[in-house]
Design a protein around this ligand. Structure first.
Ligand SMILES: [Zn+2]
Length: 127
């Protein structure tokens, strides 16, 4: 099942992991000759991959019941929205010359005032 990539993080070994819209994750290693993905090693490369689709084997072979999958999606979407809101508010605050503490307050406020309805509205329906 094709799922959109909306972010990356590193696991404890430092390998890059793609975060998919379904809430599943997929390792994206650059480990020649086994797997060739030089783009994964740069921030620009990863940014260019966001929004593209990967085949999610875990969705296809899923034995998880629908409510587990749904919970994963909701949790992942909320996590992404919190991060996005906090980072945007922090960067904005620093640009307008606020001190570290002021910027941190604004980042927390952005999470507090996050529109949950709006986040849930971005999830796929009918599952
Ligand atoms: Zn999946």
């Amino acid at each position: 099942m094709k799922q959109k990539v909306f972010g990356f993080h590193q696991d404890r070994q430092g390998d890059w992991v793609a975060e998919l819209a379904c809430g599943h994750t997929q390792h994206m290693r650059h480990d020649p000759p086994m797997s060739i993905r030089p783009w994964i090693t740069s921030a620009e490369g990863r940014a260019g991959f966001i929004g593209t689709e990967l085949n999610c084997l875990r969705c296809e072979n899923s034995n998880e019941d629908d409510s587990t999958v749904r919970s994963y999606r909701v949790a992942t979407a909320v996590k992404a929205a919190c991060l996005q809101a906090a980072i945007a508010a922090y960067q904005q605050a620093k640009l307008s010359g606020l001190c570290q503490e002021g910027a941190w307050d604004l980042a927390l406020d952005a999470i507090r005032s996050l529109d949950i309805e709006n986040v849930l509205g971005t999830l796929p329906n009918g599952d």
